[in-house]
Structures are given as C-alpha cells and as structure tokens.
Design a protein around this ligand. Structure first.
Ligand SMILES: NC(=O)c1ccc[n+]([C@@H]2O[C@H](COP(=O)([O-])OP(=O)(O)OC[C@H]3O[C@@H](n4cnc5c(N)ncnc54)[C@H](O)[C@@H]3O)[C@@H](O)[C@H]2O)c1
Length: 249
C-alpha cells in the first residue's frame, strides 16, 4: 500500500454519494492512509468518516469553514492532536454561484472567491507550517478546466480556479526546496450532484464535446489525485493535470 502510515486531510469531503472529496478520501484510504474529513456541514463529514472507518482505516471528521482562519487552525490542530501529523492536504472544498457578469452580485463574487481561492490559501498556509518542519508533504489543489479556459456565466468560479492554479505554482516554488510537492488537478465535466441536476439534453450536448465521449466520474478524478499524493509523483510539482476526457487540449 502506497500511503501506509500517512495522514491525509481533505477539505469539502462531506458530500456522500458522488462527491469528489469523498471519492478522494476512499481512494487514499484504500492505499492505507488515515483520513481527516473536513466539511462545512458536520453530519456529512461524520457520515463520510464512518464510511472510511468501515473500510478499515482510521478517520476523523472535523467541521469548519475553510474561508475562516480560526476554523482552519482548529481543523489542523484537531488533526495533529488525533494523528500526530498531517502528510497530505487535498484542497477540494468549492462552490459555484453562477451568473453573467452584469447580473453577478458582489456577494456572489465574494462568496465563491472566499471559499474556493482564499480557503485554498488558508489551508495551504496551515499545512505549510507542519510540512516545513517535517521537510516533506504533498498538496493537491482541485481547480477546474474553467480556470484555464474561462466559462461564460462563471466569472467568479473561473477566476477563483485560475487563481488556484497560480497559487499552486507559487506554492510549489516556495516549498519545493523542502521536499514538498504542490500540484493541481483540473476536472472537466464530472458526474456529480451538480451535473445530475442538468437536463438529459444538456448532458448529451456536453458528452458530444468530449473526445472520450462520456462524462467523468469522481473516481476518475480520485485516481489522479491519488497519484499526486504518493511517492510515484515525487518529481512532479507545480503542474496542472486536466481530467476532462480530452475536452480541452
Ligand atoms: N463536479 C464537477 O463537475 C467539477 C468540475 C471541476 C471542478 N470541480 C471541483 O471539485 C471540487 C468538488 O466538487 P463536487 O462536485 O464534489 O462538489 P460538492 O458540492 O459535491 O462538494 C463540495 C463540498 O464542499 C463543502 N463546502 C462548501 N463550502 C465549504 C466551506 N466554506 N468550508 C468547508 N467545506 C465547504 C460542501 O459542504 C460540499 O460537501 C470543487 O472544488 C469543485 O469546484 C467539480
């Protein structure tokens, strides 16, 4: 098992069923990692932590808002109190509040940028403190292809994800000499609660744009995140890997 003895903290991992964070948690646990599930919604975090425990690994659920520094400090101190350390951070928590720029409110801009981008920064800062002392660590940020190509109706979301990509590269440069790798994944159209709500028509249109002719699954994303969390990717840093079935090349 590639992550035996490692502790992985995954933000926004409380969405059961088809959440990307949950799939990442299960994939890392399958490789032997102990898992810290954090989410804004406590009962969801508990439910996924129980699922991880049922698979035979230790898991801790911690409620917190990644956009609030006090919460982030609490999350990391509970994680280190319980497991003694954190070795891997997956910044997965994210939201959308879509609208065209002229109709987008300042509140919706701030909410998305705060949770997606500032949340990733705050968790990175908390993890970096631990990783620098240990001279090792892996950070994987969940961006989006929309952060690379932009998307009409998603100014706040695409800007936050583009910001995450720039933050990934800067963090990789700052922490690289201490044995810490920092990478991002950029999922495309993934079958989750979000895409479940779309009409069959729209889903078919989306599939037609994808060279691999299907939507991605949370497991498709989790397998690439897993690679970036193991020593298999020790000489990979500052990279953005698209998981989009070839949608954008
Ligand atoms: N679903 C897709 O097609 C897709 C595509 C590209 C990128 N992504 C990205 O993947 C990540 C996960 O997406 P998903 O589809 O599984 O989303 P999801 O909505 O199912 O899960 C996001 C989780 O984050 C939690 N969360 C929200 N705000 C939070 C906060 N302030 N603090 C802590 N937790 C918070 C939610 O409670 C939820 O459990 C997101 O960053 C998303 O932008 C998703």
């Amino acid at each position: 098992m590639k992550l035996e003895g490692k502790v992985a903290l995954i933000t926004g991992a409380g969405r059961g069923g088809r959440g990307i964070g949950r799939s990442v948690a299960m994939a890392l646990a399958q490789e032997g990692a102990e898992i810290v599930i954090t989410d804004y919604i406590p009962e969801n975090a508990e439910a996924v932590a129980m699922e991880v425990q049922a698979s035979g690994r230790r898991a801790l659920a911690v409620q917190g808002n990644v956009a609030v520094w006090e919460d982030v400090e609490k999350i990391f101190s509970k994680a280190t109190e319980t497991f003694g350390a954190v070795d891997i951070l997956v910044n997965n928590a994210g939201i959308t509040k879509d609208n065209l720029i002229l109709r987008m409110s300042e509140e919706d801009w701030d909410a998305v940028v705060d949770i997606n981008l500032k949340g990733t920064f705050l968790c990175t800062k908390a993890a970096a403190k631990i990783f620098l002392k240990r001279k090792s660590g892996k950070i994987v940020n969940v961006a989006s292809v929309m952060g690379i190509v932009g998307n009409a109706g998603q100014a706040n979301y695409s800007a936050s994800k583009g910001g995450i990509i720039a933050l990934t590269k800067t963090t990789a440069k700052e922490l690289g000499s201490r044995g810490i790798t920092v990478n991002a994944v950029a999922p495309g159209f993934i079958q989750t609660v979000m895409t479940d709500q779309l009409s069959d028509d729209l889903r078919e249109q989306m599939k037609k744009q994808v060279p691999l002719a299907r939507l991605g699954t949370p497991e498709d994303v989790a397998r690439v995140v897993l690679f970036l969390c193991t020593s298999d990717s020790d000489y990979v840093t500052g990279q953005v890997i698209s998981i989009d079935g070839g949608l954008f090349m």
